[in-house]
Design a protein around this ligand. Structure first.
Ligand SMILES: C[S@@+](CC[C@H](N)C(=O)[O-])C[C@H]1O[C@@H](n2cnc3c(N)ncnc32)[C@H](O)[C@@H]1O
Length: 476
């Protein structure tokens, strides 16, 4: 993380000096510490910790995996999913440990700027970054996950000891006990929405309208609900709410595999906003349709249920496997091709193409809060270059008069409006969307006839992912 991406911190630090070291010990945490950046009380002369006297720390794959994920994001800009798989294997984490680790890591990432700033008054010295990560993780459990204080404090202290950071166990004990004692008061006066979005993203979202960055940030502070798309005629599982676009929404934390009809292929997981680009391609029964960049296949499924002849192209073998599994569960007849969308040549020119291009995915930060802290402005150039190559390739795969919808789950200008203009410069003719085509969300159609959704829309129902889409035709 670069310093410019970090939320600004208050300059004054004084509360620690007014504080008193806590008395007593949390379970599994026998030595109360001191509220300073120094080593745990009882350290040997010369600053070396005395390890004697502490019982062995119990294994805790949940916190180990969450800590690895967070260090991966904060220190190495590694995506959450990559660290999750690697760390879960290393720590022999059971599925429920993985799920719990994901929940802790995601809550910490959703509130990363707030946690960093809230901890400042408790720290006299800057701790090493992994220690700060452990403190933020402990704090997130206390303030946002309602973990009982003894568990949040004790597990953080044990984690530091397991990770050869024992000299900071006392600091963690003291700081987290003080945070637990003060509770939500530690958040008083903090502009949480502003702190939890890196400044470069906040300012880049201002073009979406006054107040939009704040509306987005508010939605991103909550876990996203689960949305599904029903196949035509299927019975919706119980417990969902019907959204204006036809998606069914379930509470966050709902296990999709436990919903009635999952095994039978009655529905697929798809955010409400993600349903819009394929819908706006207006695919008809019998048309030849290409889905470029198809996995995991929500949009492929939408195209296939129309009765069109769909070919799904995906270059990533693991994601292709997932796409094939999903299509098999849904019993949908789709031709799948593992290929690079920039060089693939279809057997015949196509009636319609959906290009859901790889992108920064900043529109999906509700589900993937790591995106906020992993992506940098300089990552955009390689993505926009790839998007242009894909647009040019897609143009050449179309019949004269054929339709193309370009879509990205990004909120960034460079990947949205700028690419639509690039497509026009490549000879593609704009075919603007109209608000009448989208009566469920007319406010998402821009004056240019593009689709722009963001997480602040339908906020009272839990928001939606951010998407940009534009439609074109190939001239005759
Ligand atoms: C935004 S995701 C697609 C989501 C998908 N359309 C859906 O609705 O489920 C982009 C996909 O493009 C794939 N991809 C990236 N580069 C590609 C390339 N050169 N050729 C084909 N697929 C590519 C990625 O592996 C990823 O699965």
């Amino acid at each position: 993380m670069t310093s410019s991406d970090r939320p600004s911190r208050p300059k004054t630090r004084g509360q620690s000096s007014r504080s008193h070291a806590p008395r007593g010990a949390a379970p599994g945490n026998p030595a109360p510490g001191q509220p300073s950046g120094g080593p745990e009380r009882g350290g040997a002369p010369g600053g070396k910790p005395r390890q004697k006297g502490h019982p062995p720390t119990p294994p805790d794959p949940t916190r180990d995996v969450a800590f690895d994920i967070l260090c991966g994001v904060v220190e190495h800009r590694r995506m959450l999913e990559n660290s999750l798989t690697r760390s879960a294997t290393a720590h022999h984490a059971e599925p429920r440990d993985r799920a719990a680790a994901h929940r802790i890591a995601a809550a910490t990432l959703r509130h990363l700027g707030t946690l960093r700033t809230a901890l400042e008054p408790f720290l006299r010295k800057e701790p090493p970054e992994p220690v700060r990560v452990a403190l933020m993780m402990g704090c997130a459990q206390l303030l946002f996950l309602q973990t009982p204080p003894h568990a949040a404090v004790g597990t953080t202290v044990s984690l530091l000891r397991r990770r050869k950071l024992a000299p900071f166990a006392g600091l963690a004990n003291a700081v987290l006990r003080r945070v637990a004692a003060q509770g939500d008061a530690v958040l008083d006066g903090l502009d949480q929405p502003r702190l939890d979005i890196p400044p470069w993203l906040w300012s880049s979202w201002s073009v979406l309208g006054a107040g939009v960055p704040r509306a987005i940030a508010r939605t991103l502070s909550h876990e996203a609900p689960l949305d599904i798309t029903l196949r035509p005629g299927a019975v919706p599982p119980e417990g969902g709410v019907l959204l204006p676009n036809g998606s069914w929404r379930f509470e966050s934390g709902t296990r999709v595999t436990e919903l009635a009809g999952y095994e039978e292929g009655a529905f697929w997981v798809q955010d409400a906003a993600a349903t819009l680009p394929a819908r706006l391609l207006n695919v008809q029964n019998g048309e030849q349709v290409l889905d470029l960049c198809a996995a995991p296949g929500g949009k492929t499924a939408q195209l296939a249920v129309t009765g069109a002849h769909v070919t799904a192209v995906e270059n990533n073998p693991a994601r292709m496997e997932r796409l094939i599994e999903n299509l098999a569960r849904l019993r949908l007849d789709v031709k799948t091709v593992q290929a690079d969308a920039t060089t693939y040549t279809p057997d015949a020119p196509q009636d319609a193409i959906l290009l859901d291009a790889p992108c920064s995915a900043t529109g999906t930060a509700r589900r993937h809060p790591d995106v906020l802290w992993v992506k940098r402005p300089r990552d955009l150039a390689a993505l926009t270059d790839m998007q242009d190559k894909m647009l040019a390739a897609a143009r050449d795969m179309l019949k004269p008069g054929g339709r193309l919808v370009y879509a990205v789950c990004s909120l960034q200008e460079e990947e949205g409006p700028a690419r639509a203009r690039a497509a026009q410069a490549m000879g593609l003719v704009p075919s603007p969307f109209t608000p009448e085509e989208l009566p469920c969300l007319p406010q998402a159609i821009t004056p240019e006839g593009w689709l722009r959704t963001h997480p602040g829309l339908w906020a009272e129902q839990g928001g939606m992912d951010g998407f940009f889409a534009a439609r074109f035709t190939r001239p005759a």
